[in-house]
Design a protein around this ligand. Structure first.
Ligand SMILES: Cc1cc2nc3c(=O)[nH]c(=O)nc-3n(C[C@H](O)[C@H](O)[C@H](O)COP(=O)(O)O)c2cc1C
Length: 460
C-alpha cells in the first residue's frame, strides 16, 4: 500500500453546532445556512479544492428548544449529500445514520444510491443514537439499552454489507445484441434471520466503483469501541491531549487486531477545533474572545443533553452536583458518566461543573499558521491520529486553514497535493472489499450454476 497522507474531513455545521451559539451572527453565515443546499455545495467545493478526503454530516432526530442552532433546523444527510454529489467529483460524502431507528434494507439501499450517484464516494457514520428522546419519535416509550443498541448496530452493519453484495460485479452484461440484460446466477438473496432483523434480500441496486460505502463509526463506550474495532474503516472521536489520542488509537488498533483485522485499515479521525491568526498572541486573544462570549446559561442547558436533556436549571448552582442515579444510562452514557465522575472526584458544585465544561472547549490547535501546522504534524507523527475532522462554519476561518496552514503541511509531505483516486476508498488508501459471493466462488470452484447455494454467513 502506498504511504498514506494525513486524512482531512470537513464537518459542515451551517449556523453552528454544540457550543457555537453565536456563530450564526457572523455576517459571512446566512441565517438559513443549515437548510440552504447552496451553502453545503459551496463549502464542499472549497474543501474539494483543498483536496479534503471527505465532508461529514452529523445528525440526530430529537430536539428541544435548547438544541444547538444547526440541530434545530437542518437538512437530512443523504438527501443533502446526493445534491452535493452532483456538484463535486472527488470528495467523499459521509452521512450519519443511526442503526437504532432505521432498518438495514432501507438504509443499505439509500447509501448504495448515494454511492452510485457519486461514483463511489459514499461513507456511512454508524451511530446508535445518543439522544434518548428519539424513542418518542419512533413509537417507543424508551430508548434501547446499550446492549441492544450496540447489538443492533453490529447486526445492522453486517446485514447491510451482505445486502451491498447482492449483485456480483458482472451481474449486468446489458448486451443488447444478445438480448442479455442480466445474469441471474450473479444475483444473491440473503435470507437472514437474526436477533434483531430478518431480511430476505436481495437488494435492488448494484455495487459502486468502490464496492461498498466506507464505514465510519462514532461511540466511545466499551460497547462502542468494540463495534468500531469490528466494523469501522474509520473512527470519529474527540481528543483533548496527544496522550489521549495515542491511547485511543492504540486501543482501537489492538482491538481490531484481536478480531483478526489489519489495524492499518482502521483510521482514527478525531474532530478538532482550530483557532488561527497571524501570530500566536493574536490567536490566543481570539480564543479568549470566543470562550468569553460563551453563555453560562446555554452551557447549563447543554449539560442536560448527555442525560436525556435533563433540566439542570432546577438545582442550586452552588450546592454539590446533584445525585442523578442512573439518569443518562440510555442516552450518552459515556459522557454522562464522565461528568458524574468529574463532579465526584473534585467535589464540584453544579456551577463548577458548568465552568469546567466551558473551559473544556479550549483547543490544543491555537496559533499562527506555522504553530498550528507544527502541532497537527506533531500529533500525526506521534500516532495520535490518522486524520482530522474540522468544522466549517465561517468560510473565511476555513480559508485560513486551507490557504495558510495546508500549504505548510503540503510542503512537508504531510497532506496530499492531488487526489489519488476518484473514490473515497481510493483516497483513504482502503482496499475495495471483494464481493463475498465472488470470493466464495474463487475460493472453491463452483458447480455449473451456483443457484441455491446458501448465502455466506455474517461474520460476527
Ligand atoms: C465523536 C462522536 C460523534 C457522534 N456523532 C453522533 C451523531 O452525529 N449522531 C448521533 O445520533 N450520535 C452520535 N454519536 C453518539 C454515538 O453513536 C453513541 O450513541 C453515543 O455516543 C453514546 O454511546 P457511547 O457511550 O458509546 O459513546 C457520536 C459519538 C461520538 C463519540
Amino acid at each position: 500500500m502506498t504511504q498514506r497522507s494525513l486524512k482531512l474531513g470537513a464537518v459542515l455545521l451551517g449556523v453552528g453546532g454544540p457550543g457555537q451559539h453565536n456563530t450564526w451572527l457572523s455576517p459571512e453565515i446566512p441565517g438559513n445556512a443549515s437548510v440552504d443546499i447552496r451553502w453545503y455545495i459551496a463549502r464542499a467545493q472549497e474543501a474539494e479544492a483543498a483536496k479534503f478526503d471527505h465532508v461529514f454530516i452529523v445528525d440526530s432526530q430529537f430536539i428541544t428548544p435548547d438544541s444547538p442552532n444547526h440541530y434545530l433546523n437542518r437538512l437530512e444527510p443523504l438527501t443533502l449529500l446526493s445534491a452535493v454529489a452532483v456538484h463535486t467529483s472527488h470528495i467523499g460524502l459521509v452521512g450519519t445514520l443511526t442503526t437504532s431507528y432505521n432498518d438495514p434494507y432501507n438504509l443499505a439501499r439509500r447509501l448504495a444510491s448515494l454511492d452510485l450517484i457519486s461514483g463511489g464516494r459514499a461513507g456511512w457514520n454508524v451511530v446508535a443514537t445518543g439522544d434518548g428522546g428519539t424513542a418518542g419519535n419512533y413509537g417507543r416509550d424508551e430508548h434501547y439499552d446499550y446492549a441492544t443498541r450496540y447489538g443492533r448496530a453490529l447486526e445492522h452493519v453486517r446485514v447491510a454489507q451482505v445486502l451491498w453484495d447482492s449483485y456480483e460485479d458482472d451481474a449486468f452484461p446489458r448486451d443488447k445484441e444478445r438480448g442479455v440484460f442480466f445474469d441471474r446466477s450473479r444475483q444473491h438473496a440473503l435470507n437472514h434471520v437474526g436477533e434483531h432483523f430478518s431480511v430476505v434480500g436481495p437488494l435492488n441496486i448494484e455495487r459502486s466503483p468502490q464496492g461498498q460505502p466506507v464505514i465510519f463509526q462514532a461511540g466511545d463506550s466499551e460497547e462502542g469501541r468494540d463495534l468500531g474495532a469490528s466494523i469501522a474503516d474509520a473512527i470519529f472521536t474527540h481528543a483533548q491531549t496527544i496522550e489521549q489520542g495515542q491511547a485511543f488509537r492504540r486501543d482501537l488498533r489492538s482491538r481490531a487486531a484481536a478480531k483478526g483485522r489489519d489495524p492499518e485499515q482502521v483510521l482514527i479521525v478525531p474532530g478538532i477545533s482550530l483557532i488561527i491568526a497571524d501570530t500566536d498572541e493574536q490567536a490566543r486573544e481570539k480564543e479568549r474572545q470566543v470562550l468569553g462570549s460563551k453563555s453560562f446559561d446555554r452551557a447549563l442547558a447543554e449539560l442536560g443533553r448527555p442525560f436525556g436533556w435533563h433540566d439542570f436549571s432546577q438545582y442550586d448552582l452552588d450546592a454539590p452536583f446533584p445525585e442523578l442515579g442512573d439518569l443518562g444510562d440510555r442516552s450518552f452514557k459515556t459522557q454522562a458518566e464522565k461528568i458524574k465522575k468529574l463532579a465526584r472526584d473534585n467535589d464540584y458544585t453544579l456551577r463548577q461543573v458548568v465552568e469546567h465544561q466551558l473551559q473544556q472547549h479550549r483547543s490544543p490547535f491555537v496559533g499562527s499558521p506555522v504553530t498550528v501546522a507544527n502541532e497537527i504534524q506533531r500529533w500525526y507523527e506521534a500516532g495520535a491520529f490518522d486524520g482530522i475532522n474540522i468544522s466549517i462554519t465561517v468560510p473565511s476561518e476555513f480559508a485560513r486553514f486551507t490557504d495558510q496552514v495546508l500549504p505548510i503541511l503540503r510542503e512537508r509531505g504531510v497532506v496530499r497535493s492531488e487526489y489519488e483516486a476518484t473514490t473515497l476508498r481510493g483516497n483513504l488508501g482502503l482496499p475495495i472489499p471483494e464481493n463475498v459471493h465472488t470470493a466464495a466462488r474463487n475460493a472453491a470452484p463452483a458447480p455449473a450454476s451456483d443457484a441455491g447455494r446458501p448465502a455466506p454467513a455474517l461474520v460476527p
